[in-house]
Design a protein around this ligand. Structure first.
Ligand SMILES: Cc1cc2nc3c(=O)[nH]c(=O)nc-3n(C[C@H](O)[C@H](O)[C@H](O)COP(=O)(O)O)c2cc1C
Length: 499
C-alpha cells in the first residue's frame, strides 16, 4: 500500500516534469519564431502566447514537482503509512486533491481555447492578435491532451490503491488497535499474558513424557512467556523411532496431563504441535520403517528418497492427526498446532519441488495445499469448532521450484476460510538460521494484510522494541521465539529486559 501511494506521487512528479519541459519547449519555439518569423505579425503573436504559456508551465510545474517529490519522500519515510486509518484518510485526500486540481486545469485550458478562438475569430484583420489567439489555442489543446493522459494514469493508480485498501481495510482496522507486546491479549483464540510465544523446539524424549521434559516446560512457564508450543509430537506409531514425544496412542493422554498442569500453574498457556515428518528423518533408527512422502523425491536434508504415498495412506495419516489433536485436547492443552512447515510431511505436499503428483494432491497451488487443508478440516471435526487450531507454514522457499509467496498467501487465505485460530509464519529456517534479525517478516506482514486470522511471525525475533513497533505498524499479532529459550527459559532475560 505504501509503495502505491509513493508511486502515485512520483507519477504526479514525473507528469509535472513533463509539463516543465513542455514549458521550456514553448519558450524555445517562441524564441525561434521570434528569431526567424518576427517580421510577420502572426508569428509574433504566436510567440507572445508561447512565451506566456512557456513561463507559466515551467514555473507552475516546478512548484508541482517540488510538492510531489516532497510528499513522496514523506510517505516513504513514515512508518505510519501502514496504518489503515491513515491510508483511508490519505486516499480520500488524494482523491479530493486530484479531482480539484484536474477540474481547475481543465477549466483553465478550456479558457485558453475559448479565448484563443475568440481572438482568432474576432481579430480577422489583426494578424498579431490572431497570432496570440492561435498561440492560446495551441497551449489549450496541449494542456487538454496531457491532462487527459495524466488523469487517466493517476486515476488508475488511485483505483489500484483503493482496491488494495478496501480488501485490507476491515482486517487492518481490526488488527491495528493498540497491540501491546506485554499485557494480556488473545492470540489465536487463547488468552495469553503477552504476545511472545515460545516457538516449537523438539523435546529430547523417546515417546514418553519424562520428569525432565515436564521440568523444562515448568521453567518456561515460570519464565513468563505468553504461550508455549511444544516440540513436535509424532502422530503415527511408525514414526515413534524419532527421538521426540509421541502422541499416537491414548496412553499418552494421562502422561501429558502433569505437563499441561505445570504450565498452567505457572500462568502460561500450552499448545501441542502435531506432526508427521514424512521423509525428513534425521534422527533415530528407521530401519525397516517405510518412509513416505508425496513423491519419490530425495529430501534435501535427510537425503532419503521416500516412497510415494497412496491415497489410502494420505487419508490414514490425516486421521492420525485428528486422533492426536483430540488426545491433546483431553490432556489439557490449550490448543493444537498442525506442523505444516520445515519440509515435514505436510509442507512436502505444498512444495512443488517435493510434490510431483499428478492426482488431486499435486499440481497447482490448490491441489498441493489439499493435504494440509483436509488435515485441518479433519482435525477441526475431531476437536470441535471452539478449540483453537494453529497452523505453522513455510512462507517462500528460496530454492528452485520451492513454495512461492503466492502459494503461501493462497494457503493463508484458505486457512482463514477454515477458521483456524492462528497462522504461524516460518520458512526454510535451517537454511537461514545464521542470519540475524527477522527472517520472514515481509511474508508475515503480507499474510497479516491478506487475512483476518491471527498471524504469529517466527524466526529471528530478539528485541522487544522492534517487536512492539511491528505490532503497531503491521497486522502481525504475536512473535514466536525458539532458540534463545533453549539457553534460558526466562523471558525478560531472553529479551535482555531489566524487569
Ligand atoms: C533445536 C530446534 C528444534 C526445533 N524443533 C522444532 C519443532 O519441533 N517444530 C517446529 O515447528 N519448529 C522447530 N524448530 C524451529 C523453531 O520453532 C523456529 O521456527 C526456528 O528456530 C526459528 O526461530 P528462532 O530464530 O527464534 O530460533 C526447532 C528449532 C531448533 C533450533
Amino acid at each position: 500500500m505504501k509503495e502505491y501511494i509513493v508511486n502515485y506521487y512520483l507519477s504526479e512528479y514525473h507528469g509535472a516534469m513533463f509539463g516543465f519541459f513542455a514549458g521550456i519547449v514553448f519558450l524555445i519555439a517562441a524564441f525561434l519564431l521570434w528569431k526567424f518569423g518576427v517580421s510577420g505579425s502572426l508569428a509574433r503573436g504566436i510567440a507572445y502566447s508561447l512565451i506566456g504559456g512557456g513561463l507559466f508551465f515551467s514555473v507552475a510545474c516546478t512548484g508541482v514537482m517540488i510538492h510531489n517529490k516532497q510528499t513522496a519522500q514523506k510517505v516513504e519515510q513514515s512508518i505510519i503509512a501502514n496504518n489503515a486509518d491513515v491510508q483511508t484518510s490519505e486516499v480520500a485526500r488524494m482523491e479530493k486533491v486530484m479531482a480539484s486540481s484536474y477540474t481547475g486545469a481543465l477549466i483553465m485550458f478550456s479558457l485558453f481555447i475559448i479565448v484563443g478562438l475568440v481572438f482568432v475569430l474576432a481579430f480577422q484583420g489583426n494578424l498579431l492578435m490572431k497570432g496570440v489567439g492561435l498561440g492560446l489555442l495551441i497551449i489549450g489543446a496541449y494542456g487538454h491532451v496531457t491532462e487527459a493522459f495524466s488523469m487517466k494514469r493517476n486515476r488508475g493508480y488511485l483505483e489500484e490503491i483503493k482496491s488494495l485498501k478496501f480488501e485490507n481495510e476491515n482486517i487492518n482496522n481490526m488488527k491495528m488497535e493498540n497491540k501491546e507486546l506485554f499485557g494480556t491479549a488473545t492470540v489465536g483464540s487463547i488468552e495469553v499474558r503477552n504476545r511472545i510465544i515460545r516457538a516449537a523446539t523438539g523435546d529430547r524424549a523417546h515417546g514418553n513424557v519424562t520428569e525432565e521434559v515436564i521440568e523444562n516446560y515448568r521453567k518456561l512457564a515460570a519464565g513468563g512467556v505468553g504461550a508455549i508450543v511444544t516440540g513436535f509430537v509424532t502422530v503415527e506409531e511408525r514414526e515413534s523411532f524419532i527421538p521426540t514425544l509421541s502422541f499416537y496412542d491414548d496412553k499418552y493422554i494421562e502422561q501429558h496431563k502433569p505437563l499441561t498442569d505445570a504450565v498452567h500453574a505457572g500462568g502460561g498457556r500450552i499448545v501441542l504441535q502435531i506432526a508427521s515428518v514424512g521423509s525428513f528423518v534425521t534422527g533415530g533408527d528407521y530401519e525397516g520403517v517405510p518412509v513416505y512422502a508425496p513423491s519419490a523425491v530425495e529430501h534435501m536434508y535427510s537425503k532419503i528418497v521416500p516412497k510415494e504415498m497412496t491415497i489410502g495412506e494420505i487419508k490414514q495419516v490425516q486421521k492420525k492427526f485428528a486422533d492426536a489433536a483430540l488426545r491433546g485436547k483431553k490432556a489439557g492443552y490449550d490448543g493444537v498446532e498442525i506442523h505444516g512447515a520445515h519440509n515435514f510431511l505436510l509442507s512436502l505436499f505444498t512444495s512443488p519441488h517435493y510434490n510431483r503428483r499428478t492426482d488431486a494432491y499435486g499440481g497447482n497451488a490448490g491441489n498441493r495445499a489439499r493435504m494440509l487443508l483436509e488435515t485441518v478440516k479433519i482435525v477441526k471435526d475431531a476437536v470441535g469448532n471452539d478449540y483453537p487450531i494453529w497452523v505453522k507454514i513455510n512462507s517462500e522457499e528460496h530454492f528452485d521450484n520451492g513454495i512461492t509467496l503466492e502459494d503461501f498467501l493462497y494457503q493463508c487465505r484458505e486457512l482463514e476460510k477454515l477458521e483456524v485460530a492462528a497462522i504461524e509464519v516460518s520458512g526454510n529456517w535451517s537454511s537461514v538460521a545464521s542470519r540475524t534479525g527477522p527472517l520472514y517478516l515481509d511474508a508475515a506482514t503480507k499474510a497479516a494484510e491478506s487475512v483476518a486470522t491471527d498471524v504469529i511471525a517466527t524466526g529471528g525475533f530478539r528485541e522487544a522494541a522492534q517487536m512492539q513497533e511491528i505490532l503497531m505498524t503491521t497486522g502481525i499479532d504475536a512473535f514466536g521465539i525458539a532458540r534463545p529459550f533453549m539457553k534460558n527459559p526466562n523471558l525478560n532475560e531472553v529479551l535482555k529486559l531489566t524487569n
